[in-house]
Design a protein. Structure first.
Length: 114
């Protein structure tokens, strides 16, 4: 990794493709539940930034590759730092959903829809 790579922003579209190819990979949306319900990347889990301390209950495998996003990249950056401090070894801030070009799901998985 060169010096310029340090300043390069992640491309959420390329990173979601990496997530799909990563055995055991977890795509983590750290926005509030209401934001997640309004539209999220299919297959992602929702763990809001203010609940990140309970990550071990949601993601018990600390070796799992984590791909973290939010709206613009700020919260996912903070979440990545906190997850690393909790002992997760493969953590990537992939940026904000604003730049995502794929389809989105709405609602909360498992939610009763009538």
């Amino acid at each position: 990794m060169g010096l310029l790579d340090f300043f390069k922003k992640s491309d959420i579209n390329a990173e979601t493709e990496r997530w799909r190819q990563a055995p055991g990979g977890v795509l983590l949306d750290v926005r509030r539940e209401e934001e997640y319900a309004d539209g999220h990347i299919p297959g992602s889990l929702n763990l809001p930034l203010d609940e990140i301390a309970r990550a071990e209950a949601v993601i018990p495998d600390k070796a799992a590759p984590l791909f973290i996003y939010c709206l613009s990249g700020g919260r996912s950056s903070r979440a990545a730092a906190e997850l690393k401090a909790l002992g997760y070894g493969d953590v990537r801030n992939i940026g904000g959903i604003r730049a995502y070009r794929g389809e989105l799901e709405t609602g909360i998985p498992g939610e009763n829809r009538e």
